[in-house]
Design a protein around this ligand. Structure first.
Ligand SMILES: *Cc1c(COP(=O)(O)O)cnc(C)c1O
Length: 411
């Protein structure tokens, strides 16, 4: 008899964005003429940089020749890309890593979801709340989170980040956590962490022998020079942190698929007997068994982001989105809304009006202004009473959405 992995049955039935799509579709059926603008889902809209497209063409041509054809590549990625990453993303920030600490992936969702496989099932995990749902759900699938009651998992330590604490999570009190997920700049709140605050987490991890899984998917959006782009800018982090990067939001790779994970050789976890096991070797072993590498064409495309033209073109698109974020912040604030984030991240986190629930506000905005946002509670219990707007739409649509929100607010 083939038995099911019962942990999958514990998952909340619907994926947040499927619920949203259902409600938007119901609205469209009733109002077929309405032109709905989405500031909801976190996907980019602007085309790939010309340097990236050119690199993909070139790689495709190579693959069509006897000499240039490539079959299976190294599971951990081609050296040309791993070297470009070290030279451009880390060396300028004073972070010295070696090439075999870089693992090229097909996007950060896979690795942030899969990495927990290396850890014993009864590790106690902590997450800042609200958070990217992949971290918790991937742990639920292996049975690490307990039961779901009143909107939360019984075996997860939720560390609230809300307006009340300035979106600065407090270190866990009581039972220490073994594994901590941090995401900065944060999805969904758009807020960032200072070096001083991040140092507290690294020190906590070192003191409690905990592991930090740090998601830096939005580091390219950081504007403030004092905000860290990588956790390895903090001393000691290479002993206790694994870091995930993605070219999805950096360079519009949501459809191309490429990112990377840093697993320093100094990061170890323990056996019951106290033997230290380096995660770098385990991750390599895991990847060699379960992953056959990111396509050569995607890796050449990613390499092109680091050329002088590529850098400039990618920056232009990031500036374009950040211009949207700035317009949204200014306009929503002038309407009296309480808004956060949006200065070093492409997300605006907004308190709903007059104590409305997230879903209630979502529907009111959809029906009143024909604008789609994401209900904050979909990212965790502390997201209740907030909604998320993304800066990934065009200037025109963003402006139009803001005008509609203004008219709806003032009526
Ligand atoms: C978009 C996103 C990712 C990256 O997804 P890819 O799989 O690289 O497209 C990772 N983490 C967070 C928090 C994200 O929002």
């Amino acid at each position: 008899m083939a038995l099911v992995n019962i942990h999958f049955l514990n998952l909340q039935q619907n994926y947040l964005f499927a619920d949203i799509a259902k409600k938007v579709n119901a609205f469209k059926v009733m109002h077929p003429k309405a032109d709905v603008i989405s500031l909801g889902i976190g996907d980019v809209t602007q085309p790939l940089a010309p340097a990236v497209v050119e690199a993909m063409h070139k790689a495709a041509h190579e693959m069509g020749t006897i000499k240039g054809f490539r079959g299976y590549g190294p599971e951990q990625g081609y050296d040309f890309l791993r070297e470009a990453i070290l030279k451009n993303d880390f060396l300028p920030r004073g972070v010295h890593l070696s090439i075999d600490e870089v693992f090229i992936n097909d996007g950060a969702k896979s690795d942030t979801g899969n990495f927990q496989e290396l850890l014993h099932w009864d590790n106690f995990i902590g997450v800042t709340d609200p958070i990217y749902p992949v971290y918790i759900d991937s742990n639920v699938m292996i049975g690490r989170c307990g039961n779901y009651r009143d909107g939360r998992w019984t075996n997860v330590r939720y560390l609230p980040t809300t307006a009340e604490n300035g979106f600065i999570p407090e270190l866990p009190k009581g039972r220490p956590v073994d594994v901590i997920y941090l995401c900065y700049p944060n999805n969904p709140t758009g807020t960032v962490i200072t070096k001083q605050e991040l140092r507290k987490w690294v020190n906590y991890a070192l003191k409690n022998d905990a592991l930090i899984l740090y998601d830096a998917a939005y580091q390219a959006y950081i504007q403030d020079p004092d905000i860290p782009h990588s956790i390895y800018e903090i001393r000691g982090a290479r002993k206790c942190a694994v870091e995930f990067h993605s070219f999805s939001k950096t360079a519009g790779f949501t459809g191309v698929r490429c990112g990377y994970t840093i697993v320093p050789k100094d990061v170890t976890v323990s056996t019951f007997e106290g033997e230290r096991i380096p995660l770098n070797q385990l991750w390599l072993r895991r990847q060699c068994t379960k992953f056959n590498g990111t396509s050569y064409i995607s890796q050449r495309a990613a390499e092109a982001i680091y050329t002088p033209e590529g850098k400039q073109q990618v920056q232009t698109t990031i500036d374009y989105y950040m211009d949207n974020a700035h317009r949204m912040l200014t306009r929503l604030r002038s309407l009296g809304y309480e808004v956060y984030g949006g200065e070093n991240a492409p997300y605006i986190w907004m308190r709903t009006s007059e104590g409305m629930g997230s879903w209630q506000f979502f529907e009111a905005l959809l029906y009143g202004a024909n604008v789609v946002c994401t209900p904050g509670v979909g990212f965790g219990p502390s997201g209740e009473g907030y909604v998320r707007f993304t800066a990934f739409n065009s200037h025109e649509k963003t402006e139009e959405a803001l005008t509609r929100i203004e008219n709806w607010t003032k009526q």
